[in-house]
Design a protein around this ligand. Structure first.
Ligand SMILES: O=C(O)CCC(=O)C(=O)O
Length: 182
């Protein structure tokens, strides 16, 4: 859970990011949102501060050994997402190139994240209502990464998520390519 003041500052900074409408269909995944993907080091100071704090927490939480240096380099990417009421992303797994963990911070609005058994989301394994300040930690190891659905119960909902793209060199892959379509 984020402190109220930190959450508010993150939301203000997220509001100032230039977002673009994400493609409505990425393979089998339907989505309706606006988003921006930023290199962590070029993201607002409030994002970097909270990202470094999460990194420190991950050092203690994750089984060792992790991919060499991955936790030290985590995160190298931040995604800002903005959803209106009814928007969301259908069942997907984050791409296998994301290593270590994915941390999603809810900043405004009300959302619902469900971990589901498959793309049709016929069976719900976990159901989380997301309030401002809530933090979700997802495994990021390919097939171990949970299939999840995100819906917006009340918008605008803003979230920021922190990731480590193990394939990143100098450039950050486009947001649309984040979803694992295999
Ligand atoms: O915005 C969120 O709450 C989560 C988005 C999501 O599921 C993702 O980026 O993979």
């Amino acid at each position: 859970m984020l402190e109220n003041s930190a959450c508010q500052q993150l939301a203000v900074d997220a509001e100032h990011c230039q977002l673009s409408t994400a493609p409505p269909l990425v393979g089998l995944v339907r989505q309706r949102l606006q988003s921006a993907q930023l290199p962590f080091v070029a993201s607002p100071a409030s994002f970097q501060e909270v990202g470094v704090w999460f990194r420190e927490q991950l050092h203690g939480l994750l089984p060792q050994p992790q991919q060499p240096d991955a936790v030290s380099g985590w995160p190298n990417e931040v995604t800002v997402a903005r959803y209106d009421t009814g928007d969301g992303i259908s069942a997907h797994r984050d791409h296998a190139r994301y290593a270590v963990a994915i941390v999603i911070c809810s900043l405004t609005g009300l959302g619902r994240l469900q971990v589901v058994s498959d793309r049709k989301a016929l069976s719900v394994e976990q159901d989380h209502v997301l309030n401002p300040g809530d933090v979700v930690l997802l495994a990021a190891a390919g097939r171990d990464s949970p299939m999840h659905v995100v819906r917006t119960l009340y918008g605008p909902r803003l979230s920021i998520s922190f990731r480590f793209d193990s394939s990143a060199t100098d450039s950050i892959a486009p947001a649309a390519a984040r979803l694992n379509l295999s």
